[in-house]
Design a protein around this ligand. Sequence first.
Ligand code: SF4
Length: 443
Amino acid sequence: MNEMVSNTEKLLHVMTFGCQMNEHDSERIAGVMGLEGYTCTGDVEKADLIIVNTCSVRDKAEHKFYSELGRLRKYKKAKPDLLIGVAGCIAQQEGEKIIRRAPYVDLVFGTSNILNLPAMVKRRVEHHVRVTEVDFDREYNMLDLPADRGDGLKAWVSIMYGCDNFCSYCVVPFTRGREMSRPSASIHEEISRLAADGYKEVTLLGQNVNSYGKGLEEGVDFPALLRLIHDIDGIERIRFVTSHPKDLSDRLIEAMAELPKLCEGLHLPMQSGSDGVLSRMRRGYTFAEYYDKVKRMRQAVPDLYLTSDIIVGFPGETDEDFRATVRALEMAEFDSIFLFQYSPRPDTQAGTLPEQLADDVKAERFNIVMDLQQKMTLKKNSFRVGMVQEIMVEGASKKGSELMNGRNRGGAIVNFEGECRRGELVNVLITEGLGYCLKGKIT
Ligand code: SF4
């Protein structure tokens, strides 16, 4: 996001918690307020408007939000004209309760109210009232909102909103509503515009991209959408998140194998290796079904980078259930995982299950899985030493460093030696596989 500013411009600071969906919503907040003369600043102390874009998927993210919000109070004391707004999933769920808990908050708005932000700011300033807007509007999702992406190279593009799955632990269907796909022509138009602006990589976003197209009359499913996007000149890499295992189709596996711009990275949340836990989570697959899809994807896509989400300590998870998850991790050999200790979320069915596990049991299981996955990631990264991989250059690895930095097609970070420019695709010989990244040099 651009930080050049004149004396008359107002400054916006957006703090983002949670997933890529929230990151993209923050870009939209910046885009909408950019049209009102606001410029983004990374310096919270200089801001005239601070928006905290929240995530309620995990209990920990919610605690972090409230402690960050507490820290903002001092800025308001120092600068009484400062406006503080809360957006995102916690705002959607809690509404006015946030203002009751933190009376220095000026605005609270939900996941489909971003376009109204300028009007909310105006009401707050002119009528001196605190404003809450959390009405859910399905049609909002179809609007082509401006987004201040700032990056210039890689862009997130939402292809669908909401979720119909109602996994028993998840708040998303309550905070983002039911699933709704964007028409393919509107997605194609947005990505063509991005290509014309010099963007080279897009990541297609949705809670369950594999069910894209459901409810649209045009008959374009997710693999068909990928083929449409693949034809856009200038776009060199296409990624997507998140794939629900139950909806991962043979046609997607074929598309991954056939389309050269489609990167060899797949995020496929497994959540648990125990069929009993998967059933109580309402995930709609068994571990055998999950593993069969992994094997078929790996056959079709050599050197697939496979990542996953795992929850330990789900209500009623026995020692045997946990051992099944450990066995599943050893079999699936993920490149990396996002690991969570289960925490009950409001409105969810799993939050009401009687057999909630003690915190120390959850923590112990978390540590066992973390340790196992760290070894697995190191093993998989070490296996790639000696390979030559295509890297899209992002810039210097650290400020002042001579090493460059980029991502391989699987999505892993690679730090490397050699002369190159941001945005270039270069071939890098991998010389070292570490626990968190790869190292190499341009060939
Ligand atoms: S698929 Fe399940 S976990 Fe993912 S967003 Fe939908 S309800 Fe939540």
